[in-house]
Design a protein. Structure first.
Length: 141
């Protein structure tokens, strides 16, 4: 059974461990998760399937818009449709005018997911990810 629910402080460690696993070079610190979970400017949600954490996303309010700060699925569950389910949930269950995010130019799977759900590439961001470029993507209701 799949559930997407808000995260609480007790979930912070699980998110931190998933973050370390998926992004061993650049991951959020545990205290950053706890701060975002407790900050009303952020919306932190987890995807749980059969009591196992499959992924999570972090949104930040920006006026009437939302920014996707993090959107991740555990690597062993990639390419199984979980990201799509999580993105559809996000688009259908939150109030916003626009959603925007930055994505690595080499992350073709993420770009495809967002493009298939109505996001558009607005511009290239040179060296956004260190030596790698990023794209600003926007979803407009």
């Amino acid at each position: 059974m799949m559930k997407i629910t808000p995260v609480n402080n007790s979930d912070g460690l699980l998110l931190f461990l998933l973050e370390q696993e998926n992004y061993p070079q650049h991951y959020y610190k545990y205290r950053n998760f706890i701060q975002m979970i407790n900050d009303s400017n952020y919306l932190v949600y987890k995807l749980v399937v059969n009591n196992n954490l499959f992924g999570y996303f972090i949104l930040m309010h920006s006026g009437d818009d939302l920014e996707i700060i993090k959107f991740t699925i555990k690597k062993c569950y990639h390419q199984q449709g979980w990201g799509q389910k999580m993105l559809i949930y996000l688009l259908q269950n939150f109030s916003f005018n626009k959603i925007f995010l930055e994505v690595n130019e080499h992350n073709l799977a993420a770009q495809k997911l967002y493009l298939n759900h109505g996001f558009q590439i607005m511009r290239k961001i040179p060296q956004y990810y260190g030596n790698e470029n990023g794209y600003l993507m926007v979803y407009d209701k």
